[in-house]
Write a protein that binds this ligand. Sequence first.
Ligand code: BG6
Length: 793
Amino acid sequence: MGVPTLTLLLVLSIVRSGVTVTSDAKGCGYTIVLLGSTGDLAKRYIWPALFDNSLQLYTHHLQDCQEQRLVIFGASRSEVADRETALDKSLVNVKCKQSDSQCLKLLANFKESINFVKVKTSLDFEQLSQIIRDRYEVLNIMELGRLVYLSIPPSAYVATVDHISEHLKPSGLTWLRVILEKPFGHNLSSALALNEAISEQLEEMQVYRIDHYLGKFGVQLISNFLAVNSDVLKPLWNSNGVQLMEVAMEETLDVSGRGSFYNANGVIRDIHQNHLTEILTILLMNPISDHQTEKFKVLSDLFSPRLHHTVLGQYTDYQKHLQEDGLHNHSNTPTYASVALYSRNPKWSGVPFVLTSGKQLSRRRAFARVIFKQGVVTGWTGRLGCPPEIHFLIQQDGSKPGILISEHFSSLELKMSTTSIDWIKTLYNDPESNCLFTHFEPKADITSNSYISLIGAVLNGEKEYFVDSECLLESWRIWTPLLEEIDLIQPHPLLYSADDLPTLEELSFHGIRRTPPHTQKLENPFQDHVTLFSANSTFAESEQIKHKIVLANKYELSNILAEDLLSVAVVSIDTHGSFHLALPGGTSPVLLLGSLSLDYQHSFPWGRTHIWQTDERCVYPTNQHSNFRQLADHLLSTVPIPYLNLHPMPVHLQQGLCIHGDYGADFYQKQLIDFLPEGQLDYVLLGVGSDGHIASIFPFYQNVPKGDKLVEVVEWDGIFMNKRMTLTLNCILEARHIGLVFIGENKRDIVQTVKRSFDSSLDNSGEQLPVLKLIQRAKKEQLTLYIDQSCCQ
Ligand code: BG6
């Protein structure tokens, strides 16, 4: 049997959907259910976009379907008393010129196609389903697809999607597509939860998450331009050619009227996590391969930025606007942020991607600039102080979207998109920089309503213009640590008014700090001790203060720890030519590994650094529980460390995983002895488990290794993954420096146990705990305790 013809599909659809439309039906319809049809977004953008799409449907006939139309249901939570008033209010932005009789006629038809319904409860959804069926029966047309647009608060998404799934899923071949507006979640975990809840009711192919920037002509222009010029640009489009990419969105708007929403979100959630990240992804992805897969690859290569890669601002009237909206507490929510992102992909090594956006700035515009290194195009230097540049004008009040290409590229003959658009090409001398560009802009007027093309794309099932669930989560993965850091530290944003902007722009553009700020270290353990432990503690008097304690939030801790490691590395290399570092697994080192990869990618002596493991689970290195795999994912794949300097624990040998007869532990011990100068590791980093274990030395594992064993395999019954290889306490205590990290709220109790052991030498309740044994036996100045503040509050 061949591919069914559309006519056949339509007949099948009629049969399966149970719609009592006769096969001589005159046309086809797309149902639109607009939930939140009286809201601001609907009035400003969605209704005009629906009108535009209805016009396009009239002009594009499907084969075998004489007439296509939209059958629209404007749904709101309350009853519509008067249809004419509701139409006037909803369509306030849908206009035809009085002289355009054709448009007026179509507008009249469009109005006729609109039905207002009250939809609030499950029963309402059930009734709506019947109303839709009745409507098609009366119109005597076939329903091709059903689009439900959720222009409602995200808090109502899950319940609404449940109702849609229960009552509005059409049967047969009629498709269902559901459009969701951002925000999709507040951070990684809420986005995950939201996605999971929605995926229980709808297939991913039915979900269309809108980022309205993806529908903008200026944004689509970037991908078209990169696709048609991919051959010419390929050699330059990497860290050899590109110096900096900047994606910016400036707004003159303030937050009046939406203070409550805005204050809970701030500029990074509102703009960076979605619009700016999407545009950056387009700039970085291979323009001619599978869209979503390529997008995901680009996103997963991006490091999470940190506070020290960020400039935050707040406009001076912000607090006043919040008060007018009924919020009276002081707020540090940023209304401006400029953040530098970096990729771990070697192709983009060291290239900053600066994403900037702010409210109440001096002008409204969005753009993406790619600034190249001088000399990237041979034979053309351009004017003094003018770098080679391609500047995508996404939107700007008073001008059309377009592209500025600096004079350096004249010889390359870059093409504009191959679509049927006519372009105007002029020379442009930028008055601010005095640099010369070729300016391309489309001849025709371009609508600023990106919902027109996006709704069209949903009707056509073109998912590449929407945010898929994996990319969404990846984007939250990138932004959540910075958002958490801001929530935790509550840094004071710089105050700005539109007039102060030159300073802010300067800060964002030139002033990005590439390395962590030098956080003040809490060198004096006595003072920390008082903060951390009770004031009447005997610890201070007992002269046991031999270990340094660093107390800070987990983000600062990771910065300090990275700096400390660098200091030890420098001294070690100075003394014996290499730096031997043993790293643990688990959650404790993850932030540190991120800091090392991102901030010390090029400024750490990786070439002389040897990486050892404190312990390893007896699993294959590809297993997600493998500590070495974690090191590879979070650090080793990014930093330029020689392969020969890696010393994974040999848990997988000839006979299998940690098999006694393979002598893996002995083998590792021999490597340590052979490699280590004077048999000592320079630094052993240890995370402390909530049960007081360090490396894989557990409290219940009492076997003291015999003699001077440095490495052993420990094994016990009844616990998942009950076999591990570990450095012994003896081996750890031989190290020149030991770092002990307490991170995470679940470490509160163990921190208190440590405190008690400091407070009273008589308290030996936890004396068997490995962490206490280590603290007791470590020599003066050998050990530093890095304690996350949240463990002590
Ligand atoms: C929205 C943000 O996504 O985009 C708003 O929530 C912002 O805060 C708006 O004003 C800007 O969109 P546009 O299309 O006007 O640039």
